[in-house]
Design a binder for this molecule. Structure first.
Ligand SMILES: [Zn+2]
Length: 128
């Protein structure tokens, strides 16, 4: 390994102690992890993958619509508006009344409460 490829980050002693305890377990050994650096490296890679995978973010809510960031559109994601001022919600991006954005909007508790209050029906099934 080349020294220039490495940088140091401070980790609390208690966490290192816990990792050292875990390194002695069969579960961690079975993953082929043998030292603290390897464990931290894998944990960080997992966290990075989780953050990258997060597709939707609730941006803001208005009287008649909710704004959602869809990180899967374009390079930097796109903010989508889902309107709920009619009997069915409406996605301005998909131009549909059933889509992943409406599904996600339903998963936001504040939005769901408003939609239920207006007798708007939930999407028929969970979409991929
Ligand atoms: Zn949509």
């Amino acid at each position: 390994m080349v020294k220039e490829d490495w940088k140091t980050a401070a980790v609390k002693r208690g966490l290192i102690d816990e990792i050292e305890r875990l390194l002695k377990t069969q579960t961690v050994r079975n993953e082929g992890i043998t030292n603290v650096s390897q464990f931290v490296d894998l944990a960080l890679r997992d966290k990075i993958a989780t953050v990258r995978k997060k597709r939707f973010e609730h941006v803001n809510m208005y009287e008649d619509h909710v704004k959602i960031l869809d990180n899967n559109i374009g390079k930097d994601g796109r903010i989508i508006s889902v309107y709920f001022n009619n009997e069915w919600p409406w996605c301005e991006y998909c131009e549909e009344d059933v889509c992943v954005h409406i599904q996600y909007a339903w998963e936001i508790p504040e939005v769901r409460d408003i939609l239920k209050g207006r007798n708007i029906k939930p999407p028929p099934s969970r979409l991929p």
